[in-house]
Design a protein around this ligand. Structure first.
Ligand SMILES: CC(C)(COP(=O)(O)OP(=O)(O)OC[C@H]1O[C@@H](n2cnc3c(N)ncnc32)[C@H](O)[C@@H]1OP(=O)(O)O)[C@@H](O)C(=O)NCCC(=O)NCCS
Length: 125
């Protein structure tokens, strides 16, 4: 089974929809019991305000009750120091060193791991 989670952080201002953060995650990628976070991005003018963290928190809350999903994994380029810091800040650990980057993982059912809480709203279309 291949599942897909889109999380969108958005607001409505002057009757216009503004999307300022997105996260895309595939479930049970490659037949393994993992969720693969393929992308997260926050519009540049909204960065450093907790939007990315809110998306990560929501992702973790979505998968934690699903006991068959053991971890969230992602690939990040070695040059993307901001993203690496962001993931480390959210309790991801380096699992594997690849040519141009790292595979990082977050163990969902480890008691010692939890994402920081932020207030947020999102739409899950
Ligand atoms: C990585 C990204 C999603 C973070 O989103 P964000 O909304 O800015 O993140 P947050 O505001 O929730 O930051 C949480 C923590 O991450 C770290 N962090 C985030 N941006 C940082 C920066 N520019 N410099 C240093 N640390 C940073 C900080 O520890 C921060 O906590 P603090 O603000 O209390 O110090 C965003 O920078 C982005 O969209 N980058 C471009 C796309 C990208 O590289 N995606 C990852 C692909 S693998």
């Amino acid at each position: 089974m291949l599942g897909l989670v889109w999380l969108i952080y958005q607001s409505i201002h002057k009757r216009k929809l503004h999307i300022f953060g997105v996260l895309l995650c595939y479930t049970k990628a490659r037949g393994r019991n993992i969720a693969f976070l393929s992308n997260i991005a926050v519009a540049s003018q909204y960065r450093r305000r907790g939007v990315g963290s809110a998306l990560m928190r929501e992702l973790s809350d979505f998968y934690r009750p699903q006991k068959d999903i053991e971890s969230i994994e992602l690939n990040v380029q070695i040059t993307n120091s901001i993203a690496i810091k962001f993931y480390l800040e959210h309790s991801f650990k380096i699992k594997e060193i690849r040519d141009l980057g790292y595979t990082m993982e977050y163990r969902l059912h480890s008691e010692s791991q939890s994402f920081r809480r932020f207030s947020f709203f999102y739409s899950n279309p």
